[in-house]
Design a protein around this ligand. Structure first.
Ligand code: HEC
Length: 224
C-alpha cells in the first residue's frame, strides 16, 4: 500500500472510531423513540384528559428542578426528607446529649406509636434481618457479615448505653444515619422503622432477662 493510502486509512479509521464513541447516549435513540406522552400532554385514555396522573398519596419526590427530566433524573435528585430533629448522641447512661442552645431543634422524644404485639415484632424482625443484620448481626451484637469482612464494627445493642437509650434514638439513627452508618430513610418506611425499634427492644430483652421476667409458674423449672 502506498504511504498516501496508509495515511488515508489511518485518518478514516480514526474518524469512524471518534464517530462511534461520540455521544453514545444521544446517538442510540432507541429508548427515546418509543410511544410515550410528553409532560402535561392531553390523553383521551383517562376521563379527566390528563396523561400526567395525580400522585398516589404519600409519594416522595426523588428529583426536582430543571434537570429532573434527564434520562435518569439523578441530576435533579432532591435531599431525602429527614426527621424534624438531628440525631443527638446518647451518653453512657442512655441519656440524649442534646445541644440545648435556645434556638437548636429539640430532640425527637416520640415513643413507639405501634402496638407492641406479635404482628409488629414479626414485621420488625423481618425488616431487621433484611436491612440491619448484615452489619449488626441477627443477634444485634454488631458482628454481622459486612464488618467481618472489613467494614467498621457497629456497637452492640446489648450495652447499658443502648439498652437505656430512648426509642426515638433508634428511630432517628435509621432515618438519618449515624457516623459511619448511612440513612435507611429511602428503604425503610416510618412504620417499619418503629417495627424495627420494637424488635430491637425484644432482642435487647433476650440478652438481659432476669428471674423476675420469667412467669412465676416457670421459675421453679429454672431452679431445677
Ligand atoms: C452497612 C452496615 C450497617 C447497616 C446495614 C446498619 N448499620 Fe447501624 N451502624 C453501623 C455502624 C458502622 C455503626 C456505628 C456508627 C458510628 O458510630 O460511627 C452503626 C450504629 C448504629 C446504632 C448505634 C448508634 C449509637 O448511638 O451508637 C444503631 C442504633 C443502629 N446502627 C441501628 C441500625 C438499624 C436499626 C439498622 C437497620 C435499619 C442499621 N443500623 C443498619 C453500620 C450499619
Amino acid at each position: 500500500m502506498s504511504p498516501i493510502a496508509t495515511r488515508m486509512l489511518v485518518v478514516l479509521t480514526g474518524a469512524l472510531v471518534a464517530l462511534a464513541l461520540s455521544g453514545c447516549e444521544k446517538a442510540m435513540q432507541d429508548m427515546y423513540n418509543q410511544p410515550k406522552y410528553k409532560p402535561l400532554a392531553a390523553s383521551p385514555f383517562w376521563s379527566d384528559g390528563r396523561s400526567s396522573r395525580p400522585e398516589v398519596a404519600g409519594t416522595v419526590a426523588r428529583s426536582g428542578g430543571a434537570s429532573a427530566g434527564t434520562s435518569s433524573g439523578r441530576l435533579g435528585q432532591l435531599p431525602l426528607p429527614m426527621a424534624e430533629a438531628p440525631v443527638y448522641p446518647v451518653d453512657d447512661n442512655g441519656n440524649v446529649k442534646a445541644n440545648l442552645a435556645p434556638d437548636s431543634p429539640k430532640p425527637l422524644t416520640a415513643t413507639n406509636p405501634l402496638p407492641i404485639d406479635r404482628q409488629t415484632l414479626d414485621r420488625g424482625r423481618e425488616r431487621f434481618d433484611i436491612y440491619c443484620s448484615p452489619c449488626h448481626s441477627i443477634a444485634g451484637d454488631g458482628d454481622g457479615m459486612v464488618p467481618r469482612r472489613g467494614f467498621p464494627h457497629p456497637p452492640s445493642y446489648h450495652t447499658p448505653r443502648l439498652r437505656n437509650a430512648p426509642d426515638a434514638h433508634f428511630y432517628n439513627v435509621i432515618t438519618q444515619g449515624y457516623g459511619m452508618m448511612y440513612s435507611y430513610a429511602d428503604r425503610v418506611a416510618p412504620n417499619d422503622r418503629w417495627a424495627i425499634v420494637a424488635y430491637i427492644r425484644a432482642l435487647q430483652l433476650s440478652q438481659d432477662a432476669g428471674l423476675e421476667d420469667v412467669p412465676p409458674e416457670h421459675r421453679a423449672d429454672l431452679a431445677r
